[in-house]
Design a protein around this ligand. Structure first.
Ligand code: ZN
Length: 161
């Protein structure tokens, strides 16, 4: 069976950046996604189209087909008093914030100054070339429930009742 729209594929993968550092990896074949449902970045989904169990591919995905370019407007100075006073704010901490258009987003603290905190709302992998080594472990038909939800259930996917 080949990976195509409405199939569930289970993968083993390692993701590295341009420096060869491992940024992310699957836990021993436990990552599953629904093909054709925007569960994964477009560049990787395209590369997996038509692949079968046992296939191994290496693919490099540019930011435009990955997590996008880094957007400097997402890097902002926020008044220190916008944060809870009892928390010792440190670079690397993540907070939920509301963007100007009302969407919830995760921002990461990049620097702490006297009266302001620098936060970055870009995805941590924005602007990075993504180098994936992928092995296809399983391919199956999606259940009607999975198609309805737009994601995979069970091992490697969503666990919800
Ligand atoms: Zn579901």
């Amino acid at each position: 069976m080949e990976i195509s729209k409405d199939k569930v594929a289970t993968l083993n993968y390692v993701l590295k950046n341009d420096q060869g550092e491992v940024m992310d990896q699957s836990e021993d074949g436990r990552f599953a996604y629904l093909h054709g449902a925007n569960n994964i970045i477009p560049g990787l989904e395209k590369a997996l189209e038509g692949k079968k169990v046992g296939d191994k591919i290496s693919v490099t995905v540019a930011p435009a087909e990955g997590y996008g370019e880094r957007d400097l407007e997402q890097i902002q100075q926020v008044p220190r008093n916008m944060f809870p006073p009892d928390i010792d704010i440190q670079p690397g901490m993540q907070f939920q914030a509301q963007s100007p258009d009302g969407q919830m987003m995760v921002v990461m603290v990049t620097a702490v100054n006297n009266d302001t905190v620098s936060v970055d709302g870009n995805h941590p992998l924005a602007g990075e070339n993504l180098h994936f080594d992928v092995e296809i472990v399983d391919v199956r038909d999606a259940s009607s429930e999975e198609l309805e939800h737009g994601h995979v259930h069970g091992p490697g996917g969503h666990e919800h009742g």
